[in-house]
Design a protein around this ligand. Structure first.
Ligand code: AMP
Length: 291
């Protein structure tokens, strides 16, 4: 199988994408931090499908991915230096998902020494992970805006695994009039319920089994809500008990409006429950829609 074209230079990438756009092509982009798993690959296969859905007469149909561990979204005490990386393995996986080209730039190319422009998204970025990780969404919004400008995609795909990130990106795209469709994709899980994450590689076998409490807490709340429990406080308290009992250190357990991310007191259909907790030193997140 021919691998995807690897482009390291952002200017070369911009020229490549601009040419596709000029020729009337359809471009789908999947931004990632690499160390790819089946969650990423589900986005990439959908990108392939969306690009190929363009009318036959149109220009090139490109399914593109970026692999960039974005320093701007890591706090000073976070795992930037040890974040797992495997470019060769990732390129093979991109090939298997039908990706045409991959941008894998150096940090110094993305953030030149005098970089001084940042994207701040408001209230949707302030609670939840935004509260525990100051500056995180500023880094995310900035790099996503840069990737969208460099790639000029018709559609960009993001996982619901990072629900708040998806809403931050949607809000930025709306507020700044970006001409791109943002497509959210369902969370891919292990058979036992654990949401796939590159950070799962950090977990010892014992931590991994304790980490199952995140999805267990969410599924439990979903079942209770399906049986008629509407009180967000009661649903959150029970989820917290599940996380505590597994020996996880809870960062937050919240039930929010799915788009504004404002906390709700009564869980309505579509309300989103989000959890973040530490298994050892590893911070994990998960979420689902309540029935
Ligand atoms: P990351 O490499 O962690 O920045 O993730 C890149 C993209 O893949 C983001 O849009 C994530 O939300 C998405 N993603 C990560 N894990 C999963 C998963 N388990 N299921 C679906 N999408 C995911």
């Amino acid at each position: 199988m021919a691998g995807p074209e690897l482009i390291r230079d952002t200017r070369a990438w911009q020229a490549y994408c601009r040419e596709a756009r000029r020729r009337g092509g359809r471009v789908a982009l999947v931004p990632t931090m690499g160390f790819l798993h089946q969650g990423h690959l589900s986005l990439m296969r959908e990108a392939r499908r969306l690009a190929d859905a363009a009318p036959p007469a149109a220009g090139p149909r490109l399914a593109l991915a970026s692999i960039f561990v974005n320093p701007a979204q890591f706090g000073p005490r976070e795992d930037l230096a040890r974040y797992p990386r495997d470019l060769d393995g990732d390129l093979a996986k991109c090939a298997s998902a039908g990706i045409d080209a991959v941008l894998a730039p150096e940090p110094a190319d993305v953030y030149r020494p005098d970089h001084q422009s940042w994207v701040e998204v408001g209230s949707v970025a302030e609670g939840l992970c935004g509260a525990s990780r100051p500056g995180h969404f500023r880094g995310v919004a900035t790099v996503v805006l840069k990737l969208l400008h460099l790639s000029l995609p018709d559609v960009a795909l993001f996982g619901e695994k990072d629900w708040q990130q998806l809403q931050v990106v949607r809000t930025m795209v709306r507020d700044l009039d970006l001409d791109v469709e943002i497509r959210g994709m369902p969370i891919v899980r292990e058979p036992d319920g654990l949401a796939l994450s590159s950070r799962n590689a950090y977990l010892s076998p014992e931590e991994r089994s304790r980490a199952l409490a995140l999805s267990r807490a969410l599924f439990g709340a979903r079942d209770r809500a399906a049986r008629g429990e509407r009180d967000a406080g009661a649903l959150r308290a029970e989820a917290r008990r599940v996380l505590d009992a597994a020996g996880l250190r809870v960062d937050y357990v919240e039930i929010v409006h799915p788009e504004t991310l404002r906390p709700v007191e009564r869980a309505e259909p579509g309300s989103r429950m989000l959890v973040a907790a530490f298994a050892g030193a590893t911070r994990l997140i998960d979420n689902l829609a309540l029935p």
